[in-house]
Design a protein around this ligand. Structure first.
Ligand code: FAD
Ligand code: DHB
Length: 393
């Protein structure tokens, strides 16, 4: 079997890229370790940048998003129970974000992939990459016990943080940069109306909390927790009590409690691998970088990576120019590091760190007080939150 582009992983990075290439008439095969239900079932990101929404429109898969997505022109920040709003649209000349779950995005992408006949191989075990530094890379895997082989021009590693692609880059070439945070997020989904119309990022003496949503009838809430905590110690009652304390009395009065149907703890990490290209292997999304979730950048970064790759591969096949391919790693990393900076900054001013002393706490309070009062500071947050532009190489 032969194709032009082999894509490893059918998460947001892989499947967005498959659609982008299909639209340009470039042949691609997606090789995914799990099945569709598993990939679609993972509860993850919830906020789409303008650029992500625009890409869904361009690919002709935005019909349900336009009907069901919640467009937000602002976001709230709360400090010890006192909330203020940042009018992102006013500060950025009209830009907005859209609340639409990663699960919904995946469903729309997979439905369209089926309708358009994209080639996706599910349940691919033991995926292995070879000859990445030559001109004819090969991907092998097992499907239901049978050995498979794919010859291609390029391999795109979209297989997430735990995938095989990043490890195919020789250790002498690969550099990694990392921060592990001394806490996690405990997240809950419940079919209750959200407390506020827009999100609330709350810094409280007891720790961070986030009020988000999936729809007018479904809420997504998070509280910062210790890494060693056991999910079984968090009854719904304990979760709602802690959430309400951290959001403060005014917002807490608007919280509707209900039975949770999803509850899990995620660790927080910053991670970048450089370069994002080696020979004929290109990395995109979580395979190359992780951000802590504060700021909602993870899935959006996967989308901006593959938007750049789509342009580069189109240039290669259409215009016989490798300028885009050669510039990809530097161009992607420039944007990745800015999103890393923003996610690290927003995490560090909203969370309670175990080593914090009185000085650190007062700096946090000053930082958020400054944000409350300064249109310049608010504008900086807004332009990062709605998503930085995809600058030229
Ligand atoms: P992934 O979504 O990880 O997709 C990679 C795909 O590759 C998977 O389908 C996987 O099965 C497949 N794969 C892996 N290994 C192999 C292999 N060897 N062979 C073949 N296929 C393979 N972001 C936010 O913005 N907001 C959030 O609230 C948020 N919450 C998150 C919570 C959790 C628990 C996690 C893990 C992530 C969260 N993120 C969040 C981040 C966001 O979900 C990711 O940034 C986004 O999914 C990245 O997309 P991706 O396609 O690069 O990687
Ligand atoms: C959600 C997650 C985030 O990390 C964030 O910053 C905003 C919203 C969410 O799951 O809704």
């Amino acid at each position: 079997h032969r194709t032009q582009v082999a894509i490893i992983g059918a998460g947001p990075a892989g499947i967005f890229l498959a659609h982008l290439l299909h639209a340009e008439g470039i042949n691609a095969t997606v090789i995914e370790r799990r099945d569709r239900d598993y990939v679609e079932g993972r509860v993850r990101a919830g906020v789409l940048e303008q650029g992500t929404v625009d890409l869904m429109r361009r690919l002709g898969i935005a019909a349900r998003l336009e009907r069901e997505g919640l467009v937000h022109g602002g976001t709230n920040v709360s400090l010890d129970g006192r909330m203020f709003r940042i009018d992102m649209a006013a500060l950025t000349g009209g830009a907005t974000v859209t609340v639409y779950g990663q699960q919904e995005v995946m469903r729309d992408l997979f439905d369209a992939a089926e309708a358009r006949g994209l080639d996706i191989r599910w349940n691919a075990a033991d995926v292995s990459l070879s000859d990445l530094d030559g001109v004819h890379p090969v991907v092998t895997w097992r499907e239901g016990g049978e050995a498979r082989r794919l010859d291609c021009d390029f391999v795109i590693g979209c297989d997430g943080y735990h995938g095989v692609s990043r490890g195919a880059i020789p250790a002498s070439v690969l550099r990694t940069f990392e921060r592990v945070y001394p806490f996690g997020w405990l997240g809950v989904l419940a079919d209750v109306p959200p407390a506020e119309h827009e999100l609330v990022y709350a810094n409280h003496e007891r720790g961070f909390a986030l009020a988000s949503m999936r729809s007018a009838t479904r809420s997504r809430y998070y509280v910062q927790c210790g890494l060693d905590e056991d999910i079984n110690d968090w009854s719904d009652d304990r979760f709602w009590d802690e959430l309400c304390l951290r959001l403060g009395p005014e917002t807490a009065a608007k919280v509707t409690r209900g039975k949770s149907f999803e509850k899990s703890i995620a660790p927080l990490r910053s991670f970048v691998a450089e370069p994002m290209r080696w020979g004929r292997l290109f990395l995109a999304g979580d395979a190359a970088h992780i951000v802590p979730p504060t700021g909602a950048k993870g899935m959006n970064l996967a989308v901006s990576d593959v938007t750049m790759l789509g342009e580069a591969l189109t240039e290669h096949y259409r215009e016989r120019s490798d300028a885009g391919i050669d510039g990809y790693s530097a161009r992607a990393l420039a944007r990745v590091w800015k999103a890393e900076r923003f996610s690290w900054w927003f995490t560090s001013v909203t969370h309670r760190f175990p080593t914090m002393d009185g000085f650190d706490r007062r700096i946090q309070i000053a930082e958020l007080d400054y944000l409350r009062g300064s249109p310049a500071a608010q504008r900086s947050l807004a332009e990062n939150y709605i998503g930085l532009p995809l600058e030229a190489a």
